[in-house]
Design a protein around this ligand. Structure first.
Ligand code: GTP
Length: 358
């Protein structure tokens, strides 16, 4: 099998962290997120991979190169302009030297889906395209997929409203992992943006050629601050299989935790950080070269690289801090809130709208 990983989105929901890096380069514990996806492919014997890039491709290329260190032959396709998920996949496919079906992965999904079983079901059904499905309690933020008895897709409902849901039906959503035959790739319009899920799949479904593959494999979209934190908790408490063997909390190389400081509850701290005496880092993610001052308190926050948090400061409840920001001594911020890249915050500003943006 050959795989395209879609890594070209802007990652707007993870701003300001994605202002300075593409979402797939966001660390997940001890490596960039997309390195976990490559390892997942390699575990299934897939070694021929194209990164479909758009936004900020350089950081990916600088880290992964030709893929040798990661067990894959890695190539890069760069969208000339944002092509959407379908256009981007079609732009990547000519880089492969054979014309097998192509596995397409969204670059922000953490899953341990059995890709070999997925391909076997795709072949057994004689599908033109297959979409992995995952059950959720609330499908309102996702693409709900309705199946017939033979698992062919009867309907796709993007972000369904409550009145569109049928009581008692299984809420199976598009899990962002697809198998596309060359026939389907040929249906993708050249030279303009198009979406696999909104434009191509409804056409294939209308021809009876699209099949769903429901599974209860682990699945999480890491694209929001909350789900990004939750993904760390799942890796560090071994709820999902990854190559990361660290448990409980992660401290990057050369990071110093001074006397009386605590890094707990599935917190993850990048390289070259200092957590000063008496500081507490609870259930949070801190980027490389960040310094947390004496007795500061950080809970359920996502903090970028090179950030300085002053002594006695308190950040809690999904405060997202961009790279190189500075939070002054004793400043207290209760999220959800975001601090821009390089912003200097000396006094806490009340957030009357409660939206967390200031
Ligand atoms: P948000 O802006 O926060 O929604 O994130 P996003 O930009 O990643 O969008 P979304 O989650 O809908 O995208 C799903 C996957 O497709 C992600 O892995 C994106 O990187 C990728 N993607 C989305 N649009 C494009 C595109 O135009 N080109 C390429 N190459 N990849 C894309």
């Amino acid at each position: 099998m050959q795989a395209v990983i879609l890594v070209g989105g802007e990652g707007t929901r993870l701003r300001p962290l994605t202002v300075t890096r593409p979402k797939p380069m966001m660390p997940l514990v001890d490596r960039p997120f997309v390195a976990h996806q490559l390892a997942h492919l390699v575990r299934h014997g897939i070694h021929d991979v194209v990164f479909s890039c758009g936004y900020r491709p350089d950081a990916l290329e600088a880290f992964f190169g030709d893929g040798t260190g990661f067990g894959v032959r890695l190539q890069y396709a760069v969208d000339p302009s944002p092509l959407g998920t379908a256009g981007a996949a079609a732009n990547a496919v000519p880089l492969f030297d054979h014309t097998d079906d192509v596995l397409v992965l969204n670059g922000d999904i953490l899953t341990d889906l059995d890709l070999v079983a997925f391909q076997a079901a795709h072949n057994a059904a004689g599908a033109q395209a297959s979409v992995a499905l995952t059950p959720v309690r609330d499908p309102s933020a996702y693409g709900l997929v309705r199946l017939r008895e033979d698992r062919s897709v009867a309907e796709f409902l993007e972000k369904p409203t409550p009145d569109q849901l049928i009581p008692g039906e299984p809420f199976l959503i598009n899990a962002g992992t697809y198998l596309l035959s060359q026939e389907v790739i040929a249906m993708i319009p050249a030279g303009r943006a198009s979406s696999i899920e909104r434009e191509i799949f409804p056409k294939v479904a209308a021809q009876g050629g699209l099949f769903g593959y429901p599974s209860d494999a682990y699945w999480r979209d890491i694209g929001t601050p909350q789900s990004y934190l939750d993904a760390h908790k799942d890796v560090l408490s071994n709820n999902v299989f990854t190559e990361s063997t660290v448990r409980d909390a992660y401290l990057g190389p050369r990071t110093i935790v001074e006397d009386g400081a605590r890094v707990v509850d599935c917190a993850s701290v990048g390289a070259d950080c200092v957590i000063a005496a008496g500081a507490q880092v609870i259930g949070s993610v801190l980027g490389a070269r960040t310094r947390i001052g004496v007795n500061a308190y950080i809970e359920d926050c996502v903090i970028g690289e090179g950030v300085e948090v002053g002594a006695g400061a308190r950040l809690e409840g999904l405060v997202v801090v961009g790279d190189n920001a500075q939070i002054g001594e004793t400043v207290s911020i209760v999220g959800p809130a975001s601090i821009d890249v390089g912003e200097i915050r000396e006094v806490a500003v009340a957030d009357p709208a409660g939206k967390g943006h200031s």
